[in-house]
Design a protein. Structure first.
Length: 392
């Protein structure tokens, strides 16, 4: 009986206690060991592509090289980005410092400078994109340019009227007459050409050996016409940066039109007006672009009015045919070496202010067969004068 009471729970009750005593399953705590950290973006972008075929072959090597180039490009991009971030922060800091006494100036090269504004600068004229005068030594702004014309063009303009006259050029009667008809007369008496119904010549080109008063004759024309005289050497039109040469030519004639009547004298034209040919050099192509802009200004669609051009060269055979054709240049005036009569006149002009001894004769020099130009005669006379001064 006792045994039956102690086991009265029966076999079913024992199994129930075993289930209660058995612990429930709990998952282990997560750990980050051996697991890849998730990154933003797709999984494809975070791992290298599968390269096929698996065997070594030229195609597989080519694909691996392309993957390497891509990785190097990505690394260079990240490196450049890291280098630019401090620069952007610096520029942002400089912009925050801009006030009435400071400004950021950008040069033609592309660099930017944080500079001081001097007290005498008119700040009302300062605006975005204006041209200013900058002192690079002290990094300070000295003034504001009122126009967009290059300062080099302003230097080309001769403020004072040249003092040279036709009497200083010697016996060049034919050349003087031609340049009067081509340049002086259209500026002083343009009504003569209007009555006859013809267009006056646009200019002339003077050619001949060096030292034959070509520049002197151009100054004499400016003296006779009281016109604004702009003198430029052909090599000055050749600039360092792309497009600056044609822009300089355009601004040169723009200033000439603003100060009309004016004469543009281009000396040593062969520096920019040489014959065109196929060239792979960047400098040669820039010279040709400058010459094309010069042709456009000399013979363009727009009339230049009271602006005449005088070009001078020692080597006319090297000039481009389009530059010396009649439609572009009015006349071609040749300056030969002086003959005996011209030499005598040149000697008289240069010795008019010298004290000569009674026994000094210039006939031997005048009849000499040496090819002497006006500059050679002047140099020989002053050398003789210097030797006489030393003996005294």
């Amino acid at each position: 009986m006792g045994q039956s009471q102690s086991g009265g729970h029966g076999p079913g009750g024992g199994k129930k206690d075993d289930k209660d005593n058995k612990k429930k399953y709990e998952p282990p705590a997560p750990t980050g060991v051996g697991k890849k950290k998730k990154t933003k973006g797709s999984d494809v972008a975070s791992k290298l592509p599968l390269v096929t075929p698996h065997t070594q072959c030229p195609l597989k090597l080519l694909k691996l090289e392309r993957i390497k180039d891509y990785l190097l490009m990505e690394e260079e991009f990240k490196r450049n980005r890291e280098q630019m971030e401090p620069l952007e922060e610096k520029q942002e800091e400089e912009r925050s410092k801009i006030d009435d006494s400071h400004a950021i100036v950008s040069t033609s090269v592309g660099s930017e400078h944080y500079v001081n504004i001097l007290s005498f600068v008119d700040k009302d004229l300062l605006e975005t994109g204006c041209s200013v005068l900058l002192n690079h030594k002290v990094h300070a702004m000295r003034g504001v340019l009122m126009d967009d014309v290059d300062t080099l063009v302003t230097v080309m303009k001769v403020e004072k009227v040249p003092q040279e006259t036709y009497a200083n050029t010697g016996r060049l009667d034919n050349q003087i007459q031609e340049i009067k008809e081509s340049v002086e007369l259209p500026l002083t008496h343009a009504e003569y050409y209007e009555e006859m119904g013809i267009k006056p010549p646009k200019g002339v080109i003077l050619y001949g050996p060096p030292g034959i008063v070509k520049t002197l004759l151009a100054k004499a024309v400016a003296n006779q016409t009281s016109a604004t005289f702009l003198k430029v050497v052909g090599s000055e039109l050749i600039q360092k940066y792309l497009g600056d040469g044609p822009k300089l030519v355009q601004e040169l004639f723009q200033v000439a039109e603003e100060h009309a009547p004016s004469i543009v004298f281009i000396d040593e034209t062969d520096a920019t007006g040489t014959k065109r040919y196929d060239s792979h050099s960047g400098s040669e192509r820039e010279i040709q672009r400058t010459m094309l802009e010069l042709l456009n200004q000399l013979d363009g669609f727009d009339s230049r009015g009271d602006v005449k051009d005088i070009m001078a060269t020692n080597r006319i055979e090297t000039l481009d045919p389009a530059l010396i054709r009649p439609g572009c240049t009015g006349r071609k005036i040749k300056f030969p070496l002086p003959d005996e009569k011209t030499k005598k006149c040149i000697f008289q002009i240069h010795t008019s202010r010298m004290m000569l001894a009674d026994d000094v004769t210039l006939d031997d020099l005048i009849v000499a067969k040496d090819d002497l130009s006006d500059a050679d005669i002047k140099a020989n006379l002053y050398r003789s004068w210097s030797d006489g001064l030393k003996r005294t």
